[in-house]
Write a protein that binds this ligand. Structure first.
Ligand code: G6P
Length: 366
């Protein structure tokens, strides 16, 4: 996971491929099988302090914010603490109410993003306690926060976030497990999550073996002017991140919507010219998701599904099948085909994959 490109055509390809190892590195030394919990020494927080928070607020920019949205769902699911994520830039400019019983989490791969740093400083000025989920060791945000979790994902050279996104979600799973196990999460539930986390690296490897097939789908996507991404609950931040990846590296316009919101407006856009990428895990919402697909197909919209099993042709034109994780961890696996899709769409369009126009890896000026 070093900074050399090796045999890869682009850093982005390298960083996508590295994910089995970067997830391992995020988990390493942090799983306590005996007590079915996570050890996060860097939090600098006693058990008693960690029990007292009544809310969690997560802040970041771009992909870090989308990863934070998944983090909020993990914390609500596993620790039953109300949690939400917001772009750091919005938070810092709206004179936020800072509460003493809220745990604030700043997410930043680089640890240098100015809006995230400013949000941290504003929080601390008002007495808020802030932890960081950061990749770059010793970065400005890492030094500024009161404790945190390093990703240990190695340098991310490509402008578009990939391995840092999945590692951030894995770090949130550890945080949620830790908070859950000092609250109400039963030991067997903790063990279930740990088994799910430990299985991720091999499962990511299986997804990456399908890269050639995904590249074929990407060639079709690359011909579109605009692509719709939809997902529900945990699939919704996955869809947002998928749309972001496609936009930033291929310059194909993409929009992400929560599946159920389609009928409140964007369904009007659906036509044979506008494909939809749908995140459809095989969970308790499968029926709801398949009815969304029927609505799209009824308008002759092409559908590319990312799912746990092949969907029938009346629901999806193409299915990218991913292995099943524990439901709370599924977003990590579901997001990887969308990275591969965006990468190959960008290659098909001959874009500057690692350095997309108008973008910087870390935005350190306002
Ligand atoms: C830039 C990058 C994005 C990234 C965002 C936040 O806009 O182009 O890929 O998600 O900054 O970066 P950070 O380093 O704070 O995670």
């Amino acid at each position: 996971v070093g900074a050399e490109i090796g045999d890869h055509a682009h850093f982005l390809a390298k960083e996508i491929q590295e994910q089995p190892r970067t997830i391992e590195r995020a988990l390493k030394g942090r799983i306590d099988e005996r007590f079915a919990t996570a050890h996060l020494g860097g939090l600098n927080m006693s058990v008693r302090e960690a029990r007292e928070f009544r809310r969690v607020k997560i802040l970041g920019c771009g992909s870090a914010c989308y990863a934070g949205e998944l983090g909020a769902q993990l914390i609500e699911d596993l620790a039953r603490v109300p949690a939400s994520a917001e772009p750091a830039s919005e938070f810092r400019y709206r004179n936020p109410v800072v509460e003493p019983d809220t745990l604030y989490v700043a997410v930043s791969q680089s640890g240098e993003t100015i809006d995230t740093l400013a949000a941290v400083q504003e929080l601390q000025r008002k007495g808020g306690r802030v932890i960081g989920i950061v990749n770059v060791v010793g970065s400005t945000i890492a030094r500024q926060v009161d404790g945190g979790i390093y990703l240990h994902a190695g340098p991310e050279m490509s402008v578009a976030a990939t391995k840092s996104f999945t590692s951030t979600v894995a770090a949130f799973a550890l945080l949620a497990l830790h908070l859950g196990r000092i609250r109400d999460l039963a030991p067997e539930q903790g063990r279930r999550i740990i088994a799910g986390l430990n299985a991720l690296p091999a499962q990511i490897g299986q997804i990456l073996e399908q890269s050639d097939a995904i590249a074929e789908v990407a060639k079709e996507v690359a011909k579109s002017h605009s692509v719709m991404f939809v997902g529900r609950r945990r699939g919704w931040p996955v869809a947002r991140e998928g749309a972001q990846k496609l936009k930033e590296i291929s310059y194909v316009h993409a929009e992400a919507y929560p599946s159920a919101e389609l009928k409140h407006g964007p369904l009007a856009l659906i036509s044979p010219e506008m494909p939809t990428v749908a995140v459809v895990p095989d969970d308790d919402l499968l029926d709801k998701n398949t009815s969304t697909l029927s609505e799209i197909k009824a308008r002759k919209g092409p559908v590319i599904a990312v799912a746990h099993r092949e969907l029938p042709s009346d629901l999806a034109d193409r299915t990218i099948v991913v292995p099943r994780a524990e439901p709370e961890l599924d977003p990590i696996l579901l997001s990887i085909p969308l990275q591969v899709l965006a990468y190959h769409a960008a290659v098909a369009l001959d874009r500057d994959v690692d350095k997309p126009r108008n973008l910087a890896k870390s935005v350190t000026v306002e």
